[in-house]
Structures are given as structure tokens and as C-alpha cells.
Write a protein that binds this ligand. Structure first.
Ligand code: ATP
Length: 195
């Protein structure tokens, strides 16, 4: 059975990530979904990213209730920038060659700027969830950002939550309960993150 890979910064993980992973898992009958926090997210170099230990701990808490969700720490452990293509090559070398790369539409839009996007798409079939769900986005999705094979489309209702929104709300003293799992909300509070 194929394995789903859900990479991200997870700063912090939120209900959008969980719904994304679960919708993809059920739709594509995935054996498991591996959440892969990025070590040094080079595509977000413009802003300070929370320490990997916090992002790892929060991701662990977020996925705890789902027996099909796993944490893969390999990108955190790697020294230097993490490139998806390196991770996929590693997984193939370990015998994991039936892979589905789970992406939000913004991540798919970003993919042409990643290292060796064609190789990425050859090593793991991209599956994309429309993030906004509006007509413009659907049309754009159809253009498939120049991939040879169109990405699979994940049937997921729009969940208009992002890590950016959660960070902004915490900073502004607004509620984030139910936008992130309860254990993640408690972790953010206990560690004074995003203040
Ligand atoms: P930020 O706001 O900091 O850019 P983010 O909320 O997009 O973060 P990431 O960790 O960068 O979170 O996302 C990991 C993956 O999850 C990406 O493929 C992203 O497109 C996808 N994703 C994030 N939020 C959602 C959502 N609400 N619905 C669908 N996909 C999402």
C-alpha cells in the first residue's frame, strides 16, 4: 500500500494539516501518512522559524490520536538545507517506492522553484488539496504547474487555517483553541511561543 508524505514547517501544526493528511489517507487508501517537519526550511528563509525541537514536539502531539499518522524526523536531523528530492531518494533507497506526496495548493504552486521538481514528481506522485477552493484556484490547479502527469486532487473541504494565522492570533492574544489540537494549544501556552 502506498505511503503518504506530508512535509511542512509545522510552525505550528494545525487542523488544516490533520484534515489534509486524513483526507488523503482515506481517499488513496494509504497505509500510513508520514509527517515530516523540515529542518532548515530554505523556502521560508525570510522569517525566523521556531526551533526544530518545538516544531517536532508539537507535531508529535498533533498526530498522537491517529494510529495511521507517523512522525519522520529525517529532515530535522539532516545538517543544512533540506530538499524534498534528497528525502525521496533516501526513501526509495530504503525500499519505500510507492509514495504519494501530499501538498496544499500553495506548496504545489511553489514546486517549480524546488530542487529537481521533475525528479520529485517521478519519485512520489503529487496529490494536491485546493487550499482556498475558489474557481480561480481550481483553474490554476488544472494548469498543473508544468508537471508531465497531472497531480492527484485530494477531496478535502477548504479549511482556512494556516500556521501564519495561528501565530498572528497567538501574538494578538486571540483564541486558537480548536484551530490547533488541544495539546498543541497547551504546548504553545506553556512554552510562550509566538508571543
Ligand atoms: P505558513 O502559514 O507558516 O506558511 P502553513 O499553514 O502553510 O504554514 P506548512 O507547514 O507550511 O503550513 O504546510 C505544510 C503542508 O500543508 C503544505 O503542503 C501546505 O500547503 C499544506 N497546508 C497547510 N495548511 C493547509 C490547509 N488549511 N489546507 C490544506 N493544506 C494545507
Amino acid at each position: 500500500m502506498p505511503i503518504g508524505l506530508l512535509g511542512g514547517t509545522f510552525d505550528p501544526p494545525h487542523v488544516g494539516h490533520l484534515a489534509l493528511g486524513e483526507c488523503a489517507r482515506v481517499q488513496f487508501r494509504l497505509d500510513r501518512v508520514c509527517f515530516m517537519p523540515a529542518g532548515d526550511p530554505w523556502r521560508k528563509a525570510g522569517r525566523g522559524v521556531t526551533a526544530a525541537t518545538h516544531r517536532l514536539a508539537m507535531t508529535n502531539l498533533a498526530i498522537a490520536g491517529n494510529p495511521h499518522f507517523f512522525l519522520d524526523e529525517r529532515e530535522i536531523e539532516r545538517i543544512g538545507p533540506t530538499y524534498t528530492v534528497d528525502t525521496l531518494r533516501e526513501l526509495h533507497a530504503e525500499g519505500m517506492d510507492d509514495l504519494i506526496l501530499i501538498l496544499g495548493s500553495d506548496a504545489l504552486a511553489d514546486m517549480p522553484a524546488w530542487r529537481e521538481p521533475d525528479v520529485i514528481a517521478a519519485l512520489a506522485r503529487p496529490a494536491v488539496a485546493p487550499k482556498g477552493g475558489d474557481a480561480g484556484e481550481q483553474a490554476w490547479l488544472a494548469a498543473q504547474v508544468g508537471l508531465d502527469t497531472p497531480p492527484l486532487v485530494i477531496d478535502m473541504p477548504p479549511v482556512p487555517v494556516s500556521s501564519t494565522l495561528v501565530r498572528q492570533r497567538v501574538r494578538a492574544g486571540k483564541a486558537v483553541r480548536y484551530l490547533v489540537p488541544e495539546a498543541v494549544e497547551a504546548y504553545i501556552r506553556e512554552h510562550g511561543l509566538y508571543r
